[in-house]
Design a protein around this ligand. Structure first.
Ligand code: SAH
Ligand code: SF4
Ligand code: F3S
Length: 448
């Protein structure tokens, strides 16, 4: 008899990992593994890891360490490690975590059911972490049968060729590989037919989509966006992430031309100092960056800009940090993710001498975050009195309130006794702000 088994997935890291977890859940569902949120009752556990900073890696290891006990109590439990730490560590993972059955790199997750099968029959762990130049994201994957959520990520490319000196991603995700345009469109048509209303196109550097294809067959990222936008039924279109060096005017123009393209741009700057940017191998200067921001705002005056910033990069002096502080005053980002620099061998910067002490990094991060919080609050206040169309996410944590997301990617809560379904559109008027969200008043329920 084919008894139902349960799969628990813990996902760390970026949206690429979120999407990979969805794919793994789908593949395993076909093998009779139902998803569970209760790790204690799982027959199989996947820890989908992130390696971007030392802390992310430690989180994965501490969860894996804690699973030792569960494995001892239930020797039939299958534990798989996937994602960027799996790719990076390979066989070493089994030395540190001998109770792990399976170590699978991001390019190899598509064979997961067969690998689980094989690992289940072995006494020793199985490691599959080949990174191939010829790798192709397999075409079109089945979607969940139990109904789709209202928004989905669609991977348009894998890997990264940029080799920013601090970054592990090119080592864990391999070289850039773009999916075929027709496959992407087909997947989106299928999702929209299933009721999906919002699509986010995903890649580490979406602006270089198509650059790995021969010139004659190439579809550029702006061209892809326009093709996707033509698919009927898409209410909202987003993408992430972009390296500023590849942000073209053609892409900026899309914000003016495509109604469904949401006016939010995540444009990681990393540092406000040209000296640091050069050492990071980011291939743009702050002057170029600011020019692009200005132009982008001409094409889309209401666009919200968010960014990523690293403090304490090797060689970052007080004046370099000050340049980052000056930059956030100039751009006035709607919000920013900021991180302490973390050395990630074999990324190039691990050879650079660490000149900023941990204490100084903590201090700089706190100064930056305190100031950005004020800017974010002021930015949020600019919306008070404005009308916003929200796409419902669900009930808010606050009793009697609902939560939606604006096109500008703000979380907005509002009070209502009505019932809403995720993906539904409503209009609200913004009444006040909190640090991480806005508070609105419901105006119209749009039945779309
Ligand atoms: N592909 C994206 C970035 C992905 S990583 C891009 O190019 O913008 C997400 C963020 O993590 C980066 O933007 C960077 O700010 C941060 N990051 C990456 N490596 C880091 C490191 N070694 N130490 C600290 N932060 C890092
Ligand atoms: Fe990492 Fe740079 Fe590639 Fe982004 S563009 S993934 S920061 S190497
Ligand atoms: Fe982390 Fe890998 Fe994404 S290192 S940020 S999970 S690409």
């Amino acid at each position: 008899m084919n008894t139902q088994k349960h799969l628990y997935i813990e996902t760390f890291g970026c949206q690429m990992n979120d999407r990979d977890s969805e794919i793994m859940a789908q593949l395993m569902a076909k093998e009779n593994f139902a998803p569970t949120s209760d790790i204690a009752c799982a027959d199989a556990i996947i820890v989908n890891t992130c390696s971007i900073r030392g802390k992310a890696e430690q989180k994965a290891y501490s969860l894996l360490g804690a699973l030792r006990k569960q494995k001892k109590e239930n020797p039939n439990l299958l534990i798989a490690v996937t994602g960027c730490v799996a790719q990076q560590e390979g066989k070493k993972m089994l030395v540190r975590m001998p109770h792990v059955n399976l170590v699978v790199g991001p390019q190899n997750i598509y064979q997961l059911p067969a690998l689980f099968e094989k690992a289940g029959r072995r006494s020793k762990g199985l490691v599959v972490t080949e990174l191939s130049k010829e790798f192709m994201i397999p075409p079109f994957l089945p979607t969940m049968e139990r109904g789709l959520p209202h928004k989905r990520f669609v991977t348009i490319m894998q890997g990264c060729n940029n080799f920013c000196t601090y970054c592990i991603v090119p080592y864990t995700r391999g070289r850039e590989v773009s999916r075929k345009c027709e496959e992407i469109l087909q997947e989106i048509i299928h999702l929209v037919a299933g009721g999906v209303k919002e699509i986010t196109l995903l890649g580490q550097n979406v602006n270089s989509y198509g650059n790995d294809q021969p010139q004659e067959q190439r579809t550029t990222f702006p061209e892809l966006l326009r093709l996707v936008a033509e698919i009927k039924g898409i209410e909202r279109l987003r993408f992430t992430t972009s390296n500023p060096k590849d942000l073209s005017e053609e892409l900026m123009r899309c914000f003016a031309d495509i109604d469904t393209l949401c006016p939010h741009f995540h444009l990681p700057v990393q540092s406000g100092s040209n000296k640091v940017l050069k050492k990071m191998n980011r291939k743009y200067t702050i002057e170029n960056y600011l020019e692009k921001v200005e132009k982008l705002r001409k094409y889309s005056p209401d666009i919200t800009l968010t960014t990523d910033i690293i403090v304490g990069f090797p060689g970052e002096e007080d004046e370099d940090f000050q340049a980052t502080m000056d930059l956030i005053e100039k751009v006035r980002y709607h919000s920013a993710f900021s991180f302490k620099y973390s050395s990630r061998p074999p990324a190039k910067s691990c050879e650079f001498e660490e000149t900023v002490t941990e204490e100084e990094k903590i201090k700089r991060l706190a100064i930056l975050q305190d100031r950005q919080n004020v800017i974010t609050k002021e930015r949020n206040e600019e919306y008070v009195g404005q009308l916003m169309e929200l796409m419902i996410e669900g009930e808010s944590k606050m009793d009697g309130q609902w939560c939606g997301r604006s096109k500008t990617n703000h979380t907005v809560n509002f009070e209502s006794k009505d019932t809403f379904i995720p993906g539904q559109l409503v209009m609200v008027k913004i009444k006040s702000t909190c640090q991480n969200s806005l508070l609105g008043e419901l105006l119209v329920k749009n039945e779309k």
